[in-house]
Design a protein. Structure first.
Length: 373
């Protein structure tokens, strides 16, 4: 980087034409995050599986913003995953090209009367705007595979949220909320994250292994409160080009998905659900998958109880070799939780998962201890 040394006269001239001092302060980061621990007793007919298992998940978030003299707010956020699976790393917490990263989201944003623009590695609007069934627990739900003992044992993963763009580097716009409505759009050139610099190489190789590029998302949600009634609804859409994971296919396919969701709450009761449809056309093969969930909760004082159900099914056409199986599975999670204090919750629950594709089923009794700070 070239540096220029100004003489005394040049400094005086520069000072004469400089802008007035800004009242905005430099961004200072604050800290928040969460930690969840679970213990479960699992009953399954799957060989080589243990009865008692523990699970945990934790993140630390760094965030901050400042307001400029023109009224624009500029901010930054980064999320550090403290317990990311490191695969075949040499030691726990290692980061390498062959293991999962420990950075979740890293992005900047600018907001004002026009809405908000986000730059960097963050969820797209199809994920951010999604409304789905209510849960009792922080991380144990029919729509969350990471902290599901029965779901992992039976290999059941309900996903009624369009999160195909993951936290890949993207640009996102979200409008102001007007009359309860908010609109948004996201564009992700390639399925890649946590990469320094640009990546404009036009090839058919998918480095992160999701098989998608040129991902476009559009979404709208609606929020409204009438007296003691709270209502929210969403509609999201995602489309992308399908590329071969290893670069062997020079003819990309197409991916399209949409999702609808709503939730209604009144006097401590909440009921809601969502439906998501995905369709992939690649090399003459059409694959469809349908996910949906329903849930109901009741909250009174520090107590919350309820049940959450999720299911998915799919079909592949044509399958002339008869080697592609069609997924069909369901999961139910229910229980009760108690808030010990601000951001601290403990709960007891039961879950059942059935996988018709593999003819596997599992059930689990679990406890969850969660802290939000």
């Amino acid at each position: 980087m070239k540096k220029i040394l100004l003489g005394t006269s040049a400094l005086v001239a520069a000072a004469a034409f400089s802008a007035p001092a800004s009242a905005a302060e430099k961004i200072k980061l604050s800290l928040d995050g969460y930690a969840t621990f679970g213990a479960a007793y699992v009953d399954s007919d799957i060989q080589d599986s243990r009865d008692i298992t523990f699970g945990s998940d934790a993140e630390v978030h760094f965030k901050g913003d400042t307001t400029l003299d023109n009224g624009l707010k500029v901010g930054f956020k980064a999320e550090l995953e403290l317990e990311k699976d490191t695969g075949d790393a040499d030691f726990t917490g290692a980061v390498s090209k062959t293991t999962a990263d420990v950075i979740d989201e890293v992005y900047m944003y600018v907001s004002g009367g026009f809405g908000e623009i986000q730059f960097g590695q963050n969820d797209g609007v199809a994920d951010q705007f999604q409304v789905y069934a209510p849960w009792v627990f922080v991380e144990h739900g029919a729509n969350d595979y990471d902290m599901s003992a029965a779901g992992q044992a039976a290999d059941v993963s309900v996903l009624s949220i369009l999160d195909e763009s993951d936290d890949y580097t993207k640009i996102t716009y979200m409008s102001p909320r007007v009359g309860g409505f908010q609109f948004g759009a996201s564009y992700t050139p390639e399925g890649e994250k946590n990469r320094t610099g640009y990546n404009n190489i036009l090839d058919n190789y998918d480095r992160d292994g999701d098989g998608l590029e040129s991902i476009f998302e559009a979404a709208v949600n609606y929020e409204r409160s009438w007296n003691d009634v709270d209502f929210a609804a969403s509609a999201t859409y995602l489309t992308a080009d399908v590329i071969d994971t290893f670069g062997f296919d020079s003819s990309p396919g197409d991916f399209d998905g949409f999702s609808l969701g709503s939730q209604l709450c009144y006097a401590g009761f909440c009921f809601g659900g969502s439906y998501t449809e995905r369709e992939t056309d690649e090399s003459g093969v059409n694959t469809e998958r349908h996910d949906w969930d329903l849930g109901a909760t009741y909250e009174i004082g520090p107590w919350i109880l309820g049940v959450n159900y999720g299911s998915y099914s799919g079909a592949t056409k044509p399958d002339p070799m008869g080697v592609i199986s069609d997924p069909d599975a369901e999961q139910i999670v229910g229980g009760v939780a108690y808030k010990l204090g601000p951001g601290i919750q403990i709960g007891l629950g039961y879950e059942q998962a059935n996988n018709d594709e593999t003819d596997e089923e599992a059930s689990a009794v679990f406890t969850e201890f969660a802290i939000d700070f």
